[in-house]
Every structure is written in C-alpha cells, then in structure tokens.
Design a protein around this ligand. Structure first.
Ligand code: DX5
Ligand code: ZN
Length: 219
C-alpha cells in the first residue's frame, strides 16, 4: 500500500457492549470503518474465552462490512469451513497454533476466504519467509493475545518494518494488520511503518464518540 493511502480500520467487537451488540454493529456499519474484527478465543491457546458460532451468527446477520476473523484457538484447521459458513471474509490463524501452517493456509483459501497468519509478540517475522507469497494478510500481535485494553509493545514497529521489507522484496501482496494497544497517538506511526489495517477495541469503544474516533484513526 502506498504511504499516502489511508488504513483500513477494523473495530474489535471484543470491546463492544454485548447487551447492545446490534447497536454497536450498526455504529460500525455507519462509520468509516472498513472491516469488523472478530476475536475468537478458546481458553486453551489463550487464557480467555470470548464467543463462538451462536454470537457470530448474529454478527453475520447485521454486519454490512467484511468480517475479519482472528482465531486464537488450537487446531483451527477443524473449523475453517464453519467460520466461512458464518460469513468470515478473512480468516487469520496463529503461526504458533499450526503445525502444518501451509496446509491450513491452503484450506482457508480453498474455502473462499482470504488467509491471514498471526504472529505473537515473541515470534520473529522471518518464520514467514517460505510462506509469505501464499498469504493474503499478516497480523502482527502488538500485545499478548487474550484481552483487550492492554499496552502496546514498542518492539512491534521493528517487526512491521521487517515484514514490510519481506513483502516488498517478494511477489507477495499481503496486507499488514496490527492488533493490540492501538491508540490515536500510535496509529499514524504504525501507518508510516507500513501497516494497512489497524485493529482497535478499547480506543474505539471506550471513547465518548466511537464513529469520530474511527475517523481520527483513519487519519
Ligand atoms: C487481543 C485481541 C484484540 C483486542 C484488541 O487478543 O486480538 O483484537 O480486541 O483490543 P485493544 O485494541 O483494546 O488492545
Ligand atoms: Zn484480534
């Protein structure tokens, strides 16, 4: 993405008010956000449980923008077709959760979804060297996965720059997404470092004017 292009904003529904989920989905529909970011946690890969298919069914029903599904689960291969059936447009799996990552990425693409791979803060970018041309998106975790509202890990800038270099020096068209601790303050710096998609939960849903915050994040 050229540096003068604005990022896609992907509000994380993990920080939405689940008692008012339809209202919050409608807010995102009417905002400048590009995608819905959907965090699925299994209590095994990460120390938290979020939601699964029954909730996703209603997100699918009301959301009018692409669903960007971030799977923080072990053995995600088992559920790819079900997530696709529940409206997932992008399915990201964790590098750390996939023994046969290449096979899983192929299965995601075969389902018709875009294939994303997510890296935990401790996982170096170079592990993607042999698969970067097969993936549609790389999700850099800038906090340890499991919870919203955590502090951004500064080392992430370096990882984003390395990833950008890996993508531009190959024939990959992968988008770079950053997830965790994104704020109005660090968003422009992340975009300058090469980020195409900004995920934000707490920054958007804890603000007094979420649609305005989305527009400020977009820049
Ligand atoms: C964390 C999730 C994030 C989370 C981001 O495991 O992957 O998507 O919702 O929340 P904030 O933006 O509040 O750090
Ligand atoms: Zn996420």
């Amino acid at each position: 993405m050229p540096s003068d292009t604005k990022p896609i904003i992907a509000p994380s529904l993990l920080s939405a008010d689940f008692a008012q989920l339809q209202r919050d989905i409608q807010m995102v529909n009417e905002s400048e956000a590009g995608w819905f970011h959907i965090d699925v946690m299994d209590g095994v890969f990460v120390p938290n449980i979020s939601f699964g298919f029954p909730v996703l069914k209603y997100i699918q029903k009301y959301a009018e923008k692409p669903l960007d599904v971030h799977l923080m689960i072990v053995d995600p291969n088992r559920y790819i077709d079900r997530f696709r059936d529940h409206g997932a447009d992008v399915i990201s799996v964790h590098y750390e959760a996939c023994t046969h990552l290449h096979r899983t990425v192929q299965a995601i693409r075969l389902s018709g979804a875009k294939a994303g791979v997510s890296l935990n803060p401790h996982t170096p970018v170079h592990v993607l060297h042999d698969i970067i041309e097969e993936v549609d998106l790389v999700l850099i975790m800038s906090v340890n996965p499991g919870y919203g509202g955590q502090k951004f890990i500064e080392r992430s800038y370096q990882k984003i720059r390395e990833l950008k270099e890996m993508i531009t020096s190959s024939s990959s068209n992968a988008l770079i997404e950053v997830d965790g601790g994104v704020t109005l303050e660090n968003a422009p710096k992340l975009v300058s470092a090469g980020v195409d998609v900004l995920v934000a939960g707490n920054t958007i849903f804890s603000s007094t004017d979420p649609p305005h915050t989305i527009s400020l994040l977009k820049g």
